[in-house]
Design a protein around this ligand. Structure first.
Ligand code: PHE
Length: 340
């Protein structure tokens, strides 16, 4: 009787975690040589008056031992099955959702293509620039108020280094490297310390254009820009040039295109004028040519810088520039079928 109690205690304390435990358990409680088996074969030797209750107890214990074994075996087997089903290599893969191109990238590509068709090549340069390329080479005098026209993000420790405020830096970089004739367009991100509204942002994109050769005139510039506006916004697009000022061009102008959001009737984007400004332009100032090592007696040229966001807003008829930076997929998905 004491042996039965001991075996029951052992059984209750036996922990089965892995397959090896199960085998140890089997040897210990269920095999022919186990103590429990021995007790079973002892039944016949027990005095008659105790035999019945002894036999009952031993058989009950044996059943319990077997039931626990079966239960644990099932548990371990099903655990193995779940493990292997998680690496079912025959399962079809989850479909990947295809992203779409950002409208700003679509627009930059489109502008590049329009100018490539008339012989311009695309170049790029760094977002972080030095004073020479942002201002000095472009004819901004040291204390010139025009430096305030563009609120600049300077790098704290190095007042000489800043985030470029315009892509005109690439005019300088290109002229320093290449000899005329030069025909380049330069897409890029620019930064200005401005408050963010539906019309303005502290980050935006520009596309610089530069054409330097002998006998390049203001009329060449006007025709080039008119070609561009019609290619981009359609044959019926009207343009107008308004006199303006930039230190690096003389004469300078700003170009407007007819507003195609309101069809010229007047809306928030065109400030109710029917016209939207899309670029600044002008004949490259001789000082700039000389600063970049180009003979200003022999060569002339024009430059322009157009605002990509402004054009994208016009093209896709959106009236808030912030949409382009929030990256809300509901907005971006609408461009998945746009012409690339
Ligand atoms: N860099 C000027 C701006 O950001 C635009 C411009 C470029 C004007 C080239 C004239 C010529 O406002």
């Amino acid at each position: 009787m004491a042996n039965i109690d001991k075996i029951r205690d052992d059984l209750e304390n036996f922990k089965i975690n892995v397959a090896e435990d199960l085998e140890r358990y089997r040897l210990h409680f269920l095999s022919k040589k186990s103590e429990l088996q021995t007790l079973l074969s002892e039944i016949k030797n027990v005095p008659v008056e105790e035999r019945k209750s002894f036999g009952q107890k031993v058989n009950e214990l044996k059943k319990r031992a077997q039931a626990y074994f079966d239960e644990q075996m099932e548990r371990l087997e099903s655990a193995v099955q779940t493990q292997s089903s998680s690496v079912d290599v025959t399962r079809p893969a989850t479909a990947l959702e295809l992203g779409s191109r950002h409208p700003i990238s679509i627009m930059m590509d489109e502008v590049c293509r329009i100018f490539e068709r008339i012989g311009f090549t695309t170049v790029s340069g760094p977002d972080i620039e030095d004073d020479w390329h942002i201002f000095t080479a472009l004819n901004f005098a040291e204390e010139h108020p025009a430096r305030d026209m563009q609120d600049t993000f300077f790098i704290d420790q190095k007042p000489d280094i800043a985030l470029r405020t315009h892509t005109s830096t690439l005019q300088v970089r290109t002229m320093e490297k290449q000899k005329p004739p030069i025909r380049v367009i330069c897409p890029g991100r620019v930064f200005r310390n401005e408050s963010i509204t539906s019309r303005a942002h502290c980050i935006f994109h520009q596309m610089e254009g530069l054409y330097i050769d002998e006998n390049v005139s203001f009329a060449d510039m006007k025709q080039t820009l008119m070609y561009f506006a019609k290619q981009m916004f359609g044959e019926n697009t009207r343009i107008r040039l308004r006199p303006s000022y930039f230190p690096f061009t003389e004469p300078s102008a700003e170009m407007d295109v007819s507003c195609n959001i309101c069809g010229g009737k007047g809306c928030a984007l065109c400030k109710h004028t029917g016209w939207v400004e899309i670029l600044g332009c002008g004949m490259v100032d001789p000082n700039v040519l000389e600063n970049c090592g180009i003979d200003s007696k022999k060569y002339t040229g024009f430059a322009f810088g157009l605002g990509i966001e402004r054009m994208t807003m016009l093209k896709y008829k959106t009236d808030d520039i912030r949409l382009y930076f929030e990256n809300d997929v509901r907005f971006l998905q609408q461009f998945s079928s746009a012409k690339i």
